[in-house]
Design a protein around this ligand. Sequence first.
Ligand SMILES: [Zn+2]
Length: 369
Amino acid sequence: MEPASCPLLRAPLDIRLNIYDYFLPDHGQFHVCLEQDKVVLAPCVNPDPKDKSPASQLPTDAFRNSEIPTGNERGYDKDMMTICDNDVWARRLRSTWGPHWECEEKSREQDQEGMADANAILHVCRKMHSEFLDLLVSTAVVHMTDLETIDKLNWTGPVSSLCSATSRSLLQNIVRLSITLRLPWNFFPLAKHRKEVIIQDERLAYARRIWFKLNQTLGNMNKLRRLRLWLDHGDAGTWSDVNEKKALNHLTKLACLEELNFLILLPKLHPKYETEACHFIHPGPPVPFNIHRVLRQRIHGDETVPGTFQVVESPDFPFLLDIDEYLDLPLEEVEEEERKRWAEGEDVERYVEEYIDILINGPPGAGNI
Ligand SMILES: [Zn+2]
């Protein structure tokens, strides 16, 4: 549509902004993906995983733990109140959007609740696209869940397409940004090495280049005041195999910016494998970042052969959560108790495995009587 033929664009800017305001998402948070030359906005239906209690909408006997998202909650269809089939559950568990797995599902729906009007305005004309997007990203929390979108923020060419205009708008106007990255396990060993090396896997090499440019990209966001970075790998193995200090070292400059509230959310560390050399340990040496530790999902989707998935349990610290008597205790108390037992030399992981084995199969030798 030509700007001159649109009555709204002939109104003063402040009137237009007031009108746009009616079309902003109610929840004030949304996801943005830049795919080739296409902008995709999606609602964020899980703004803060800590505040979410999916079990309140589901049969309580379906959960071993109704407060903490472990991966069990992804095996249910909330609308139908039924158990999903294993393929759906495994796919949800493998979501690269991590705690925003539901947002990923919503992003595939044609009629996205809360974002349909916003997406429609973005496609009226170039001018309305820019004005509305500028307002949207300067007032809402913007979520990004892939490195490719972050890479497109580094647009240096002419602003000749909607995608490039979006890149410029995001770079210049975002105030609150939340980045959630659940990267392949083999990305992180690469991230330990800052020097350029030959990497056979082109996808990993590309991801690594963007990752090491993150400090520069985010540093160019002049209006950025609040940044959340949620990080994990997609493997069932423990997070503690990752060298956090090497992987995050290049972001230290961002943590020093006085005007930026920067918080990094990392999985809880396994007491057996954590080291001061590789991890940000508390208590320990001064940490350059503001770090908050979160519980990892304890159930994963495993690709046994290409195209075939199964759901597997693979808990990380604290392992005692798998024992019923610890479920009603505050998480901090469970962690304190387990750390004490690891420090005393007990292999709590094996203890819990044996405890569950006896529950399922009975005491050793019981079957021979
Ligand atoms: Zn979300």
